[in-house]
Design a protein around this ligand. Structure first.
Ligand SMILES: Cc1cc2nc3c(=O)[nH]c(=O)nc-3n(C[C@H](O)[C@H](O)[C@H](O)COP(=O)(O)O)c2cc1C
Length: 281
């Protein structure tokens, strides 16, 4: 399954950039696997060190080689991207360009209304020479980022979620076009996300697929309902729903209480996710 690398331009533990990256990872379809690529251990680029095999650089370049596309989330520092992100771009560009031909999504944010416009465009400028193909539109400048998240680091504003979903969808379709994939190998249902729920509706607004997961104490979520409309039965849609919730739990470091029958049976069968199942009280 192709991997998509997510890079946060901020090193701060509580960075808004990291929270946005989590949400964007959560919005990717199941046939693209998000991988968070840290940049905080990269020594400053210095060509003199190339002979000495800097392990952190080698590791970073290997991670770049393994991803098919990239999602950058950067704050703005003094009207540009962060020094850490620029350093990562430099490290990945030598001794050969590890970025080239990849598809990218560029997201910037700021507590100010301007949403990191300067950082966004300085980053785009560097992507030109690295031969990376960023999504042109929608342009994503997230202003007032300090008001976006609740105390569980989730965005609750449905307009913001829908906007970011449209950006991720544009990224996925650009990636498919550039990778010359004529049709997606397994057509997956386009799932919408709301806190506590992944779902799809038909054109009339009636529910085609739905999985509900409730917040519980101690970093747990309980899957209370998994529903697939008769019209879609037998196409693996329930599994798609489960995989999205599993990925949500992985991104946010949560465990799962499988309260509905389907979730329970799924997790009994798929022992590879055993570590995500919450222990009994
Ligand atoms: C060195 C520095 C420079 C900054 N310059 C800008 C700026 O030019 N424009 C802006 O909107 N915010 C600026 N900020 C504020 C950041 O947008 C804010 O700290 C933001 O939360 C950082 O993103 P993060 O939460 O992902 O770490 C700056 C912050 C720092 C530390």
């Amino acid at each position: 399954m192709p991997k998509i690398g997510l890079i946060s331009g901020s090193l701060r533990k509580a960075a808004y950039s990291k929270k946005i990256a989590n949400l964007l990872a959560n919005l990717l379809p199941n046939d693209l696997t998000p991988v968070f690529i840290p940049i905080d251990k990269l020594p400053l680029y210095n060509a003199d060190l190339e002979d000495q095999q800097v392990a952190a650089w080698d590791d970073f370049r290997r991670q770049l080689d393994e991803v098919a596309g990239l999602i950058f989330v950067t704050p703005e520092y003094n009207r540009s991207m962060t020094g850490a992100l620029k350093n990562a771009l430099d490290v990945g560009s030598k001794p050969r360009n590890h970025w080239k031909y990849k598809t990218a999504l560029v997201v910037s944010s700021s507590p100010e209304a301007t949403g990191g416009f300067g950082a966004n465009h300085h980053l785009r400028q560097v992507l030109v020479t690295l031969n990376v193909n960023p999504v042109q539109r929608p342009e994503v400048y997230l202003g007032h980022v300090n008001h976006l998240f609740n105390d569980q680091d989730l965005v609750t504003n449905p307009d913001v979620i829908a906007f970011l979903q449209s950006a991720v969808t544009a990224f996925v379709s650009l990636h498919a076009r550039l990778a010359a994939v004529p049709t997606r190998p397994t057509p997956t249902l386009k799932l919408n996300f709301q806190p506590g729920r992944f779902y799809a509706n038909d054109d009339t607004g009636s529910t085609l697929a739905n999985i509900i997961f409730e917040d519980r104490q101690n970093h747990r979520i309980a899957i209370t309902e998994t529903f697939v409309d008769e019209r879609l039965r037998g196409q693996g849609i329930a599994k798609q729903l489960m995989l999205r919730v599993i990925r949500f739990a992985q991104i946010y470091h949560l465990t799962i209480i499988p309260e509905c029958t389907y979730a329970d049976a799924f997790l009994e069968k798929h022992l590879e996710y055993a570590s995500l199942v919450a222990p009994n009280d």
